[in-house]
Design a protein around this ligand. Structure first.
Ligand SMILES: Nc1ncnc2c1ncn2[C@@H]1O[C@H](COP(=O)(O)OP(=O)(O)OP(=O)(O)O)[C@@H](O)[C@H]1O
Ligand SMILES: O=P(O)(O)OC[C@@]1(O)O[C@H](CO)[C@@H](O)[C@@H]1O
Length: 304
């Protein structure tokens, strides 16, 4: 079983208009309220890949109710902790370019946090836990890290989709996969990369520090999978980009979901790239047929 953890899920309020004029009354041409948050997006892709999973997290208020309703309507199993405060609403403004305004997130009480932590006792050997997205202001900065020992004790694998020092702090616990984009990878080493060889050298350092697999995403420029023995490159799919929300989550989900089934990192990389591309070319998180249509486009080549 794969569990996704979204401590700070959101309703993504996607607004489309041709042009935004600051300081004026603007009117939307199209809008959607979508269940969002990085782990929720991971669950959506896992569901499309027919990979059994359960979404964990905190939901509250009318927005949390709508989020839980949408998650259930999509056939995703969830086991949320209900909180008193309100799930945030993140504004995704598509007016030529995309602008995002993400809420800080709700208050979560100590009792609610404890109720959440007891869920980890359900973990079994062979499970995988994917933790994604921002923390709410009431959670300590090391919240994800504090869950890892419990996850490992129960024989489960984990993935934390985060960046910077928080990512580095997880490496000693041997995450199944990490997926920095190339900018995040450069920031980890406070450098800029002159070429792809330097990217790979940096990825190897993360393997040396404990990561089991390193994916480097480079948006439309393709990606790398770096394992202890080999380096693979994949092209990005070709299509019209209509959405940048959730591409990274889709790639993580594609990798984790496929790896759970096959234990094959190369196949998992390929499906991850396809899921990322499929979400980029659609208004919401991609569905199974959109993913299937992209898979034949992805070619993985062993570089070394
Ligand atoms: N322009 C694009 N064309 C094709 N595929 C894309 C494009 N942008 C993103 N993707 C797909 O999505 C994956 C993740 O994208 P990206 O490298 O932007 O990650 P990210 O920065 O984590 O994403 P996010 O915008 O969700 O934070 C890429 O590896 C690729 O598979
Ligand atoms: O504020 P966070 O938790 O960093 O990111 C939240 C978020 O932007 O991430 C998803 C896309 O990756 C969206 O569904 C959601 O609104």
């Amino acid at each position: 079983m794969i569990y996704t953890i979204t401590v700070n899920p959101a309703i993504d309020y996607v607004i489309e208009l041709t042009q935004l004029t600051l300081g004026e009354v603007n009117r939307t041409e199209n809008y959607h309220f979508l269940a969002g948050g990085k782990g929720i997006n991971v669950s959506q892709i896992l569901n499309q890949l027919e990979q059994e999973n359960t979404a964990w997290g905190f939901v509250g208020g009318f927005s949390g109710g709508e989020l839980a309703r949408q998650v259930a309507a999509k056939g995703i199993t969830s086991d949320f902790v209900e909180i008193k405060d309100q799930t945030r609403i993140n504004v995704k403004l598509k007016a030529g370019q995309e602008t995002e305004i993400n809420g800080a997130g709700p208050e979560i009480s100590a009792t609610e946090i404890e109720a959440f932590k007891t869920k980890l006792q359900n973990l079994q050997e062979g499970d995988t836990v994917v933790m994604s997205g921002s923390l709410t202001p009431s959670l300590p900065a090391n919240f994800y890290q504090s869950l890892i020992p419990v996850i490992k004790e129960r024989g489960a694998e984990f993935v934390v989709d985060t960046t910077g020092q928080a990512l580095l702090d997880t490496l000693a616990y041997e995450p199944l996969v990490i997926k920095p984009n190339h900018h995040e990878l450069a920031e980890l080493f406070t450098t800029t990369f002159a070429n792809d060889d330097e990217l790979v050298v940096a990825a190897r350092k993360l393997l040396d520090r404990g990561a089991q697999h390193v994916l480097i995403s480079m948006a439309g420029a393709g990606g790398y999978l770096v394992t202890r023995d080999h380096v693979y490159h994949a092209n990005a799919a070709k299509g019209t980009v209509v959405n940048s929300v959730g591409a990274g989550d889709s790639m993580v989900a594609g990798f984790v979901g496929t790896f759970a089934r096959t234990k094959d990192p190369v196949e998992s990389f390929k499906i991850g790239m396809a899921c990322g591309g499929a979400t980029t070319f659609t208004k919401d998180i991609a569905n199974a047929s959109q993913i299937a249509a992209i898979i034949p486009q992805i070619e993985v080549v062993e570089v070394s």
